[in-house]
Design a protein around this ligand. Sequence first.
Ligand code: C2E
Ligand code: MG
Ligand code: MG
Ligand code: MG
Length: 293
Amino acid sequence: NADLAMYRAKSEGRNNYQFFTAEMNLRASEQLMLESELRHALKRHEFSLRYQPQISLSQGRVVGLEALVRWEHPERGTISPLDFVPVAEETGLIVELGYQILEQACQDAVKFQHLLGEPVYMAVNISPRQFRDIELVEAIRAILQRTGLNPHQLELEITESTLMEQIDQSLPMMHDLEQLGISLSIDDFGTGYSSLSYLKQLPVHSLKIDRSFIQEIPHDQDDMSIISAVTAMTQKLKIAVVAEGVETREQLDFLADHQCDLIQGYLFSPPVTAQELAERCVQIRQQLQQWQA
Ligand code: C2E
Ligand code: MG
Ligand code: MG
Ligand code: MG
């Protein structure tokens, strides 16, 4: 944004320069404030998690949950990760926040496992900075030990761009994580530039097709062709595929017809609190029975 402002300032002439500088200063000071607020919030544990179910159509039930962070701000209410994760990332605070999230998600996964009486995996988003943390593998090992979660029930979501930008460091790290029994999932698939040859080499368990490809079903022929190509490819590579952001019955029908077994989106459930989850799972089962009928 700063670059864009600078570009505009230059292209629109000298007179605008001061104005844009002032605006950029304001942004910088807002950023600083947010940073110090984030530090306080971390100490006070103001972050909480919502869980969004992932449904397997073939199994007819919730098989996984994605943990999504929220900031419960004492004055401003619930704040979306889109509004603070980027600053947490830039300042490095995401590393500490990320470990708080992992610990909470693993604890809750153990509880859900008992509550639902069926195996569910927990998917946790890992930011680029966290993925570069040399202590990541050890920290996760310790969290698994403390919480008692079976490593096979933990999945880490890493975006395509994070993975490819750091491919040299990523590879050994991914193999270490795999050794621990943890699954890896490529988030926002299709928005970056994955090399297909890497997909074959990497210990990747699933791809999450980005919501932007799902949104225009059944109107965008190109998106639909891409989806059917991706599901065909993942089947050959024995990688699971998840559709993100499924909102309509038409989208669900298309995905089911094109061998996409795993579905996540508002059609079944938004991200919900831990307390709401059991009831949601019951509703989802009913919804699936009606859909199959
Ligand atoms: P993401 O990992 O791709 O997560 C999916 C986002 O899509 C979530 O937004 C989810 O609420 C939203 N979503 C799910 N289904 C639908 C749908 O049917 N329609 C629409 N319109 N949206 C849907 P959310 O929770 O706001 O998170 C946004 C992003 O923030 C995440 O994208 C992820 O990149 C980041 N994020 C969230 N939680 C964490 C976290 O714990 N750690 C890190 N590092 N990043 C996180
Ligand atoms: Mg994700
Ligand atoms: Mg995603
Ligand atoms: Mg996304």
